[in-house]
Design a protein around this ligand. Structure first.
Ligand code: NAG
Ligand code: NAG
Ligand code: NAG
Ligand code: NAG
Ligand code: NAG
Ligand code: NAG
Ligand code: NAG
Length: 486
């Protein structure tokens, strides 16, 4: 296939040159957004280019870096408010923490969970044990309980997830090519097919029972993406992997990865600087901010979802319409009302209450973040619509403090997915978040950003080979020919 051939050429080219051709006078790369995508892009651009003249500027409209990685203060304690968990095979994130000297902590133990259907718990695991010896026994009984309810479908679910994860791991192989489109990127790893069908269909084809799909799988989708099993098989597989064991988070907050990467990449950081227009002025892009500042950039990387922003492009760009799924995260310090769940005592309510897809169920999940005493806990509630005080009064018997955050959290997934281009204008305007239609996680953003960084450097290098050619305006195919010529 043609794609593979190009891949080989690109990787050959890259290993031969190590981007050492970038020696021409100053190139300013402007990155819009300081979340994990923008900060990873800055990091990879800096570490892959040997040129000190690559100047990186990062623009952030809020007063803090991190994007959808943020913490919340609840009654004196700090918790992850947005993107909160990482998978043990999230190798970029693991490397970032090592590089930046950040600590890692295990995720809360949510093994005591229940599936709530609005009337009762259709399934519940055993409460945790104090004694270490019994802990193992309890987890064994929990496995038996799960097996009793879902049978061999559980193994099929596991192998479906494992195979998607195995394919994703290809993006860490040295032989990975540089991709110019998300479709090409997914096809190469054998993941594209999963984006064309709903998860429900994929799982039925994999032989999972209706019960497992409508209960456990639905619970996981509602927790991780606030959506039902109509999301694409790809987003579904990533979400299922997010319920594996061995999950972790950065000690003190995941946002520190973004802060550290931006710092280490020696990028200039502009906080509270919202970019409202991007104009191609021939040799460079002019970025204007809402504060009236103008910045000139040879390369522009959009590292934030464009869907709810009002950035005007000149000349205009065209990307497929995409709806973002809003997740309302409500943090409550207090205690749940057992009566709401038809129970007598708080000690009967599982630490993680997941829900199935039932109309009018007012929340997607409730989990205990920290237990101060049996009558005083910190909770996180996810819902698709805001949780008003009246509703919280029904669900909680004690409320000392409430913090509400409305996240434009991830795309509203709809198979078959349509992807925005990575190169928005055929020139030097890039879009990292087009990958979010495949899946939206910290690691997938880092993988997408790493590819964009290599794409930028490879296109920059090949264009600089021919000094007589201004690099703005070189077409992709011309550049491929240059690669060929090597
Ligand atoms: C993580 O860092 C190690 C050591 O620098 C490197 O060999 C490895 O390729 C890195 N992994 C990824 C996914 O970049
Ligand atoms: C999937 O979407 C269809 C059409 O919008 C809807 O009828 C169906 O109920 C959805 N399935 C689930 C499990 O929510
Ligand atoms: C960091 O950036 C400044 C200018 O922004 C430059 O003078 C300096 O050489 C850079 N340092 C490194 C290590 O790249
Ligand atoms: C950006 O700002 C410059 C300088 O103020 C101005 O000349 C230009 O028209 C602005 N561009 C847009 C698209 O608003
Ligand atoms: C980079 O942008 C500057 C404007 O900031 C422009 O003068 C310069 O020509 C551009 N460099 C290249 C190689 O196009
Ligand atoms: C974008 O513009 C629309 C219409 O002018 C407005 O309703 C919306 O609030 C704006 N969005 C942002 C993020 O500024
Ligand atoms: C350099 O670019 C110019 C303009 O595109 C082209 O005419 C010329 O053939 C190129 N030279 C080489 C050596 O590719």
């Amino acid at each position: 296939m043609g794609m593979e051939k190009w891949g080989l050429l690109f990787s050959l080219f890259l290993s031969l040159t190590s981007f050492s051709l970038i020696t021409a006078s100053g190139h300013r790369v402007c990155i819009i957004g300081s979340g994990i995508g923008g900060s990873s892009a800055a990091h990879f651009l800096k570490s892959y280019s040997l040129s000190p003249s690559l100047e990186i500027s990062v623009f952030e409209r809020r007063e803090k870096v991190g994007g959808r990685m943020a913490t919340v203060e609840l009654a004196g304690d700090t918790f992850e408010a947005g993107a909160s968990i990482l998978h043990p095979k999230n190798y970029h994130a693991l490397n970032f923490t090592e590089l930046l000297g950040l600590g890692r902590r295990g995720d809360n133990d949510d093994s005591w969970f229940g599936v709530w259907d609005g009337k009762g718990f259709v399934f519940k695991t055993m409460p945790p044990c104090q004694w270490v010896v019994l802990k193992k026994l309890a987890s064994f009984f929990n496995s038996l309980l799960m097996f009793g309810r879902y049978g061999f479908s559980l193994l099929r679910m596991q192998s479906f997830t494992l195979s998607a994860v195995a394919n994703f791991l290809k993006y860490y192989e040295d032989s990975r090519p540089i991709f110019e489109s998300v479709e090409e990127m997914l096809k190469w790893a054998g993941l594209y097919g999963l984006t064309t069908q709903p998860l429900q269909v994929e799982l039925e084809q994999a032989g999972l029972s209706d019960r497992l799909i409508s209960e456990l799988v639905t619970v996981i989708m509602r927790i991780n993406y606030g959506q039902d099993v109509n999301i694409s098989g790809m987003a579904g597989a990533v979400s299922l992997a997010g319920s594996d064991s061995g999950l972790w988070a950065v000690e003190g907050g995941n946002w520190q990865m973004a802060a550290g990467l931006i710092d280490r990449s020696n990028a200039s950081l502009f906080l509270q600087e919202e970019i409202m227009s991007i104009s191609n002025l021939g040799d460079y892009y002019e970025l204007n901010s809402t504060k009236g500042n103008s910045y000139h950039c040879n390369i522009t990387v959009v590292a934030t979802p464009l869907d709810e922003l009002n950035i005007s492009f000149s000349p205009p760009i065209s990307i497929p319409k995409r709806k973002l799924q809003h997740t309302h995260a409500t943090f409550v310090r207090g205690v749940l009302n057992p009566g709401y769940f038809g129970l007598k005592s708080i000690s009967e309510i599982p630490n993680l209450v997941g829900t199935v897809e039932v109309p009018d169920l007012p929340f997607s999940s409730i989990s205990v973040l920290k237990e101060y005493s049996n009558e005083d806990k910190a909770y996180k509630v996810f819902s698709r619509v805001p949780m008003n005080d009246d509703l919280l009064d029904l669900i909680f018997s004690v409320r000392k403090e409430v913090v509400r955050i409305n996240w434009a959290a991830y795309p509203h997934y709809e198979a078959p997915e349509i992807f925005a281009p990575i190169i928005l204008d055929q020139l030097h305007l890039y879009y990292i978040n087009s990958f979010e239609n495949a899946a939206s996680t910290m690691e997938t953003s880092a993988v997408a950003a790493e590819n964009v960084a290599r794409l930028i450097l490879s296109r920059l290098s090949s264009s600089l080979i021919n000094e007589s050619k201004g690099y703005v305006g070189t077409s992709i195919s011309q550049e491929r020919m240059h690669v060929d010529d090597l």
